[in-house]
Design a protein around this ligand. Sequence first.
Ligand SMILES: [Zn+2]
Length: 148
Amino acid sequence: MKNEVLGVKAPKIECTDKKCPFHGDISVKNEIYRGKIVKKDINRTATIEWSRSVYVPKYERYELKRSRMRVHNPGCLNAKIGQQVLAAKTRPLSKMKHHVIIQLLGDVDQLSLVKEAAERLEKEKMHARKHKESAETKDYKNVHAVKQ
Ligand SMILES: [Zn+2]
């Protein structure tokens, strides 16, 4: 059994799950995803989901997209729907699963959500301003060209 995986301490409960990063025989790679559990299935499988914003140049705005991933939910962690978790890459565990949950981050933290939203908004504003400025200068030049 491993006491620590990627800086995450092993949970107090022990399990007999072979596909557990702490008590089983799989090793994880340093490629971590953060998401919310949206679905739980038998066979210790769960689906995590997170949102990301993608810039759409035509409309100079961001589109909110969702990504999903099937992950292994080890018996000792047993994440529940609605919980934020960290999942790390590992060897293929089944046809759809190549990642395993290594840490529970608890229920959705309102404060961090607000912080994230504020940061995203700030970024959007910066980006929009940049685009707007370049568009405006172009217009300005055109107006002058017509006048002359
Ligand atoms: Zn375990």
